[in-house]
Write a protein that binds this ligand. Structure first.
Ligand SMILES: [Zn+2]
Ligand SMILES: [Zn+2]
Length: 348
């Protein structure tokens, strides 16, 4: 995966609008503001460039539904072959790489096993997530929306998951092998360690990421048993954000769940489950000492974005920085593998 760089002028008005959306997401701006620019990009998708030029000259761009003052200015400047002023400001503030370290490993990461769309609590449609992943140089990613019990995150019922799978097939058909969207889920781990989706539905997926989202402060012996049961489930492939901690950010801080990490990671090793390195800055999960424990035990890892918007997909650079710092070899990170190997591993 190439380190994401700012597109150079001249760029199409549509690319300029989408890049603005990407940078606003990275800046954690309101989803409504982001959506306005993505809507504008969509609004001009089928308008011939000639017509856009005529409208820009006549000042009638805003007559196109979905185009406001800011997007009209961006379109006009992009058509003149200059980097739009608003985009230039955003590039300056938010366009730099998220980390200066980890770039070598990031270049080797070609996939992602933890991504959300607006089918659950993400902010963007699936195809926008895919398009951005392609632009970032990724080869594949798994769509892992939430499971039914997580109603607060609009978790997918059995029926909605079935619908989504049809949708994923349709998207893959349009990609013609240039990129592969895997069928996945971020399935909630129940208190008794069972998974929050019917086994026959899980069997239809390429990959299953399992995470704890409730009762994070239960006693260590209970949490250990809960996680062991999930890891031993033959359908589980990745253990998501294992401590549940929050270290910074708008949602405040949350301490690490207590559990016997050595037991849990040994089970991961035995059952061929990858330990997620969750790249979100507010999570940074697992903590350093647990990454080292899993490394020393010989576990597989999965560097994931847990992106809820296209502008968060390249947060994987932050996970790469941590993995590199702890000396995790690239071949033990499943998100550096070709998609066929990942699918074979997950089904094996
Ligand atoms: Zn989660
Ligand atoms: Zn998630």
């Amino acid at each position: 995966m190439e380190a994401p760089t700012a597109p150079q002028a001249p760029m199409s008005p549509q690319d300029a609008l989408r890049r603005v959306g990407f940078l606003l997401e990275r800046a954690r701006e309101s989803p409504y503001r982001v959506a306005a620019f993505r809507r504008a990009a969509e609004a001009i998708r089928l308008v011939p460039e000639e017509e856009l030029r005529e409208r820009a000259a006549a000042g009638t761009l805003k007559q196109i539904k979905g185009i406001g003052d800011s997007s009209a200015a961006i379109i006009g400047q992009a058509l003149r072959g200059v980097v739009p002023a608003y985009l230039a400001t955003l590039e300056e503030q938010h366009g730099a790489p998220l980390s200066w370290d980890g770039a070598e490993l990031y270049a080797a990461v070609v996939g992602d096993l933890h991504v959300h769309s607006n089918w659950s609590d993400g902010g963007s449609p699936i195809d926008e997530m895919v398009l951005t992943a392609v632009e970032l140089g990724q080869d594949w990613m798994a769509l892992t929306d939430h499971s039914p019990r997580l109603t607060i995150a609009n978790g997918l019922s059995r029926e909605r998951l079935a619908q989504q799978l049809t949708h994923v097939d349709a998207i893959n058909a349009t990609l013609a092998g240039t990129f592969r969207l895997l069928k996945g889920i971020e399935v909630d781990i129940h208190l008794d360690g069972t998974l929050d989706q019917d086994p026959d539905m899980l069997d239809q997926l390429d990959v299953v990421t399992a995470s704890v989202h409730s009762k994070l402060r239960q006693p260590a012996y209970e949490m250990t048993a809960r996680m062991l049961a999930a890891v031993r489930n033959p359908r589980t492939n990745v253990l998501g954000h294992c401590t549940g901690r929050l270290v910074t950010g708008g949602r405040g801080k949350r301490p690490e769940s207590q559990f016997d990490a050595e037991k849990v990671f040994r089970a991961c090793l035995e059952h061929d489950v990858a330990v997620e390195i969750n790249s979100r800055p507010e999570r940074q999960d697992p903590p350093d000492e647990l990454i080292e424990l899993a490394r020393d035990l010989g576990c597989l890892f999965s560097i994931n974005s847990d992106a809820h918007a296209p502008g968060q997909l390249d947060m994987k650079l932050l996970g790469c920085e941590r993995a590199e710092r702890h000396g995790i070899p690239a071949e033990r990170i499943v998100t550096t593998w070709p998609v066929e190997d990942v699918v074979a591993w997950a089904k094996g």
